[in-house]
Ligand binder design. Sequence first.
Ligand code: SAH
Length: 251
Amino acid sequence: MSGRLAVIGLGPGDARFLPPEAADEIAGADALYGYAPYLARLPEQAGQARHASDNREEIARASAALDHAAGGARVAIVSGGDPGVFAMAAAVCEAIDSGPAAWREIEIRVVPGITAMLAVAAAVGAPLGHDFCAISLSDNLKPWDLVERRLDAAASAGFAIALYNPASKARPWQLGAAFDRLRQHLPPATPVIFGRAVGRADERVTVAALADADPAHADMATLVIIGSAATRAIARRGLPPLVYSPRSARA
Ligand code: SAH
């Protein structure tokens, strides 16, 4: 008997950003799997099992959830933001791709959520209002020279760039190296947005020019958006600047 696996994103923080469909899946699940801090955001429910795991154990977590669902249970696996953006949905697909045939019979529902770059962009205006891309700065799952090539290609092609995983204790220098790289392609005044813990009580959003953007402003809970050469910051008296990328571009 095959069950069902829902892959859920909790949004950037506050429960207001949790889509109703995700809330329904959580309420109806026999068991929840996820990184411990994400599970901690959800109220305990009688009769619902919880399996918290470490951040780096994604394939093991996906496999355990699939095994559980293959036995007929309704299982939900929880990520932050959107589950398909640098998160569990791809890990679940990878596990199915190389796993036992029985896992292909499980009903899989990926519930879309609000990813961090959309929450950060909305906090300052519309920096992703024209063509953009998202890059994870983590070199845990890819080599750093590939990150550099993607930064060069994206900036020189005119994309605004959302940087996920910009810094951590184990990866302290990468964001500074990325800014140095981007300064070779972009004007000094290009807006850089640091959005930390957006949607949570300790949210902090700041805007700097690329010329003096300080990588020390970012940690694991920060998403960084670097504008394109066309991105503008509108100064406002007594209010934070509005940052936007115009909707049209010329070749
Ligand atoms: N699936 C998540 C991303 C996971 S990668 C999503 O769609 O948002 C983890 C990275 O996401 C963090 O290093 C940070 O860059 C970003 N992030 C997640 N939540 C955030 C928040 N509330 N505010 C700012 N950045 C956040």
